[in-house]
Design a binder for this molecule. Structure first.
Ligand SMILES: Nc1nc2c(ncn2[C@@H]2O[C@H](COP(=O)(O)OP(=O)(O)OP(=O)(O)O)[C@@H](O)[C@H]2O)c(=O)[nH]1
Ligand SMILES: [Mg+2]
Length: 317
């Protein structure tokens, strides 16, 4: 590992630590209250812990799994001191995240050229921003990127992606507002093939999963791209706003049922105390959390790594 890479890693870790600060603080304040006056992990402590995990947006079924694991441990070791609770929780949550068969998914399949990513999600979750950040990441890895402005619903949406393309320094394919998003996507992949680009990222308009027409539009965008690249899109990235907690769960449930989402990005983890949602989402969906957003800057997107995530979450402040 070169020194450059090492320094970058350290910065990434610091930004993750900082991004999860609120979630982590809230969580441990509650934990320390739950164990006041208690020396061992007993029924009461476990009941409180269950409530705390639910309140931290980890989600009911993941919470139950974690509590069961701790119960088993308490049963096995007979006496577990409350001073060990943090460490045990940390180990069990890490174990849970690493059990996910998709854990540690790499970046992109480089045998696909161009590798086509279609970005979907409800309004305002951070799709366009995530695209800008992704473009920056790919570009700094030396890859050539083309953006496609297939959110033609609002004029401002195209302008916003144009601003990102200028900021990052990558080309963009666009048409006028109101034009057919599938046609923009077609032009984009065609231009990427002609220019031998490495990565294509298609922005789409925010949509609710229960709006049938809008969901069908995604199918059409896909079908049209497949006229140029038969197995495109290689990645359908669903963006979820982590600060919405349980809503993010619901969106993931509905979108994954309606479209072939195969990667998730959870944004806005900075400035929210709901970071625990990533633990639940990563545990409950057969689709990997691939990226997390920890700020508004170009550099505030990270490949999700379960072990690093838990490490930052459990960092003592
Ligand atoms: N703090 C923070 N803000 C973010 C993050 N990601 C996106 N945002 C902000 O969220 C707001 C919405 O982001 P957009 O990228 O426009 O969201 P979108 O999904 O494209 O929205 P629509 O196109 O309207 O559906 C913007 O103000 C972004 O700066 C993040 O990781 N952290
Ligand atoms: Mg957008």
């Amino acid at each position: 590992m070169s020194w450059y890479k090492k320094i970058f890693k350290k910065e990434e870790k610091e930004s993750l630590d900082k991004g999860l600060e609120k979630s982590s603080q809230g969580f441990f304040e509650k934990i320390s209250k739950a164990v006041v006056g208690k020396s061992t992990v007993d029924e009461d402590v476990l009941d409180n812990l269950e409530e705390i995990l639910i309140a931290s947006d980890v989600g009911a079924s993941t919470t139950i799994k974690i509590i069961e694991r701790i119960e088993q441990r308490v049963a096995r070791d007979k006496f577990v001191g409350t001073d060990e609770l943090d460490q045990i929780l940390r180990e069990e949550i890490t174990g849970l995240l690493l059990e996910n068969p998709h854990a540690g998914t790499g970046n992109i399949d480089e045998t696909k050229k161009p590798y086509v990513i279609m970005v979907v999600g409800v309004n305002g979750v951070g799709k366009t921003t995530t695209i800008g950040k992704l473009a920056h990441q790919f570009k700094s890895e030396g890859k050539s990127v083309v953006l496609g402005a297939a959110d033609t619903f609002r004029a401002a949406a195209v302008d916003q992606l144009v601003i990102w393309s200028e900021r990052v320094g990558v080309p963009i394919v666009k048409q006028n507002m109101g034009s057919d998003p599938a046609s923009v996507a077609f032009d984009t992949v065609q231009s990427a093939v002609a220019n031998q680009a490495d990565v294509v990222i298609i922005d789409t308009a925010g949509r609710l999963h229960n709006k049938v027409n809008l969901m069908n539009e995604l199918t059409k965008i896909k079908r049209v791209m497949q006229k140029v690249i038969p197995d495109a899109p290689h990645e359908i990235l669903l963006v979820l706003d982590g600060s919405t907690g349980q809503n993010a769960f619901e969106q993931a449930k509905h979108f994954t049922a309606a479209t072939e989402v195969n990667a998730l990005a959870v944004t806005k983890l900075d400035g929210t105390a709901k970071g625990g949602v990533v633990i639940g989402i990563s545990d409950q969906f057969q689709i990997p959390v691939k990226y997390i957003g920890v700020g508004e800057k170009m550099t505030d997107l990270q490949l999700f790594n379960g072990a690093e995530f838990v490490d930052s979450f459990f960092k003592k402040r």
